[in-house]
Unconditional design. Structure first.
Length: 128
């Protein structure tokens, strides 16, 4: 009986990735061994200071290209961590990250009013 329960658990536990919040996270699947499709997205970030001044954040100079790729895949945990880190700077009111994709995914906008715990996401599908 123990062996049957153990074997059943070995089949069911890997399936839990289907119920995860971040469906694009394929670290523990067979698909992770394949090269992911090259995203056709443009990612930009900006912050707004308390005095109303907006500044662009130079993503490619600030973080590694792989992390920009995670933004383009809409990895929510990475987006939230980045926005929270940017909020730690002095006099920052709000941080915004925008993904514009031309492959049918549309535009995904994430913004975080500093002092909050989780970003607000807005998604618009592409118009064709």
């Amino acid at each position: 009986m123990f062996i049957a329960a153990f074997v059943l658990a070995q089949f069911l536990i890997p399936l839990t990735y289907l119920a995860r919040e971040d469906a694009s996270d394929e670290r523990f699947t067979w698909r992770s061994l394949n090269e992911p499709a090259a995203p056709s997205c443009e990612t930009s970030a900006s912050l707004e200071r308390f005095d109303g001044q907006r500044e662009d954040i130079p993503l490619r100079r600030l973080i590694h290209q792989d992390w920009v790729g995670y933004f383009q895949q809409d990895r929510r945990a990475v987006v939230d961590a980045f926005l929270l880190q940017q909020c730690e700077a002095e006099d920052v009111l709000q941080v915004e990250l925008v993904n514009r994709c031309d492959d049918g995914r549309g535009t995904h906008e994430y913004n975080l009013r500093c002092g909050g715990e989780r970003s607000h996401a807005t998604a618009r599908t592409a118009t064709r």
